[in-house]
Design a protein around this ligand. Sequence first.
Ligand SMILES: NC(=O)c1ccc[n+]([C@@H]2O[C@H](COP(=O)([O-])OP(=O)(O)OC[C@H]3O[C@@H](n4cnc5c(N)ncnc54)[C@H](OP(=O)(O)O)[C@@H]3O)[C@@H](O)[C@H]2O)c1
Length: 313
Amino acid sequence: MNILVFGKDGQLGRAFQDQLLCAPFQNGNTITFVGRNECDLSNAEQLRDILKVHSPKLIINAAAYTAVDQAESEADLALAINATAPELMAQYAVAQGATLLHFSTDYVFDGSKQGIYQESDTCNPLGIYGKTKEAGERAITQAFANSMDARYAILRTSWVYGEGANFIRTILRLAKERPTLRVIADQYGVPTSANWLAELGLQLVLDGTQLRPLTSGIYNAVPRGETTWYGLASLAVQAAVDSGAVLQVDPNAITPISAAEYPLPAPRPMNSRLSTQKLQFELERLGLVSKLPHWNTPWDEQVIAYVKRLTAS
Ligand SMILES: NC(=O)c1ccc[n+]([C@@H]2O[C@H](COP(=O)([O-])OP(=O)(O)OC[C@H]3O[C@@H](n4cnc5c(N)ncnc54)[C@H](OP(=O)(O)O)[C@@H]3O)[C@@H](O)[C@H]2O)c1
């Protein structure tokens, strides 16, 4: 089967490369990883051409315009990459009976809910990035609305970390440079490992060389538990110290602050907690729970393992 992966140089794209370059996926599949150099997703012609050339049965879209603050002044570009490109991928998939695996964000919500967000909760993104990601979700859902044999999954995730720039790496860098840190303690969410997310996504859509008969739809996809940016920073710094890193900051010298004390160009949701019940039902229906032993591992265990790897490298 031909598999086309967009966004090969991003955090999630690199995680897909790590996993897809291993058996069993290598046997019987032709896998092509595409980055910005091979296809600029803001260019519809380039995207149509590459889909035609590779004629994939599975499209994995790990690419996105992810510069949340910059998006406020680049709305058209963000919309082209986060909504128009996924719409074209979806239209191709519907026409060819292919599967599309796409990713979205907790930022489609405004964060005002008291409790955990279900997939069916009303979207109300606060910033341009969230608006364009929601537009991408809607475009995909509409394109597949009357499809009989093509399938899609949109995995909504949050606070991703992997190979690339992310909050944990920034905190560990600052912790080497400064004796104190101030971190937002009133925004709640779930840190998500790119490796964890790629493994989950692959199992949902692919069974060796066969497409999995998944139920099309949007699924929240985050590990178990919840925290704040302050909680994440504190754990990451403590884990780095425990792994032998030499830092200027003491884990107890991190100061919790409110989001109001750290204004950014784009507002963020105060509550990004996502329910994974729908995902769990689908994994059970597909008989995948035993194949994904880590799918329900708590976020903090995964962050500690990640920081240990970073500190050792
Ligand atoms: N990061 C998070 O905290 C987070 C949270 C929630 C949801 N998500 C979602 O998770 C998915 C993966 O995110 P990530 O963290 O892996 O993002 P990332 O590290 O920023 O990677 C995004 C990739 O998209 C590529 N890209 C951007 N514009 C492009 C264009 N015009 N043409 C071709 N490629 C382009 C980038 O290419 P270059 O490498 O050339 O720049 C980059 O490789 C995205 O759908 C994102 O919205 C992320």
